[in-house]
Design a protein around this ligand. Sequence first.
Ligand SMILES: [Mg+2]
Length: 133
Amino acid sequence: MVEATPNGSPRGRILVADDEPHIRRLLTTLLEDASFEVDCVVDGNRALERLEGDGGYDLIVLDIMMPGATGLEVLNRLRGLEHRRGVPVVILTAKGQDADRDEVFNLGADDFVTKPFSPKKLLARIDEIFDRG
Ligand SMILES: [Mg+2]
């Protein structure tokens, strides 16, 4: 259940793309408890389908290693989509892939979080992105 904000509406809608079921479950609970609406997809191709469509998303959480398109490919395509250009992206990636960090920021990601991650810290970073508008 999405908890209402003081004005009664969700704070925003977040697309989560990750192939690991436990990460999707964890993020759904975490974000819904923080009054966000959450839409989960299980691979990069489905993420692209959603993003090429016209569903409204206020933030995207992207895993890098996924079947189909990787998170980096999704991010790259995303930045070329007129209607998604300004949408903040948080990259979630497995430890030991820090070499991706530069590439991720060059492609226009807003934040980079390494798995295993602290749910509380991830939420704080997402809050920060929302609060800065
Ligand atoms: Mg993965």
